[in-house]
Design a protein around this ligand. Sequence first.
Ligand code: ADP
Ligand code: MG
Ligand code: MG
Ligand code: MG
Length: 400
Amino acid sequence: MSSYHPLTEAEAVEIAKSIPNVLQPDQEIVCREIGDGNLNLVFHVRQPSTGASLILKQALPYAKVVGESWPLTLDRSRIESEALQIQAKLAPGLVPAVYRYDADLALTVMEDLSDHVIMRRGLIEGGIYPKFAEHISEFMARTLFFTSDLGMNQQEKKLLSKSFVNPELCKITEDLIFDDPYTNSPNNSFDEHLREEAQALWSDTALHLEVALLRDKFLTSAQALLHGDLHTGSIFITPESTKVIDPEFAYFGPMGFDIGAVIGNLLLNYASQEHWSSDEASRRERRAYLLGTVRDVWNLFESKFRKIWDENVIDRMARTEGYQDHYVRRLLQDTVGFAGCKMVRRIVGLSHVADIDTIPNPAVRAKAQRIALSIGTSMIKQNRDTRSIDEIIDMADTAV
Ligand code: ADP
Ligand code: MG
Ligand code: MG
Ligand code: MG
């Protein structure tokens, strides 16, 4: 095996050729680097004559952020490929197939999903995904339950967790999601028209307490193997199919962090409809679709999780009367709190979302940003009092 270096397109083609039974080595092969280039290289290798194709994802030893480079472990590539393989077993058909992992090159060769679109882009363009809630709730219920102490032998789980400690990527989350947005940090980045709102976040001590409690869960609750970065940019979608990619942030953490990522990103798109819907009637319709999806994601998650629990729970103590109800209520509360944190950081923190940042008119963008901040901070503040997802739906409905 060759020692680590960022691959050229020609090298990517040679590696792709060595994957058995995909490309014809004697026919033309084209290669394009399609990643956004911040953390990883993504090569799309395709044979025009047969249509066969592969994706090669290679980790870079640094993260490029606003012109600066932060060193970042290549081991995240192993974590990503191992997480994808665990998820493929637990949630068949909902992640890309992995064909090879090369530790020396920090490289994963996987199924090409170019016939899908990235969900963030699809939602911006007004796409409707009737199977999404069903698929993503299935993905989360199965991967989270079967890697938790409810669905997995507790000793095996502790041993497995050694492979997913992931301190460097967790640190990114700890800083960018649970710290910077709540103080005047040089990492923050926001439109100048939001300065007052940002300063309000920095001085809101009741909000800080809730964020500190959520951060505490992120730091200490090794509930299940999370995806760790389950926003709509990590989901490939069509009306019929859903595939989850990019689990390089995977670690054993609180389940609500994944569920909250999905719901928070649906609500960011909801806020962005100030621009993306062309008139009031279509905006109302679009927002009803998005809130319906939020409700379905939670309700389907809950019913699937409870059913899997009833059928698979591994020990006597987990069958204790009242335990499941308590567990699910706490999960909803964590989900709501983490969703709120995900929203706030995408408005005032380092890394934003295209749903909101590509709104060209500053006044309309400001309105969308204020809606997102209002929903996000409400979710953080009421997370521990939440009893039903409908409370969140009603709050989001009145925030616009
Ligand atoms: P990063 O960790 O750098 O965000 P991603 O895994 O999210 O990398 O991939 C970045 C982009 O590369 C995706 O948004 C998508 O456009 C493309 N990509 C990644 N994996 C695949 C795949 N399996 N099939 C097709 N395109 C992919
Ligand atoms: Mg990504
Ligand atoms: Mg990534
Ligand atoms: Mg990103």
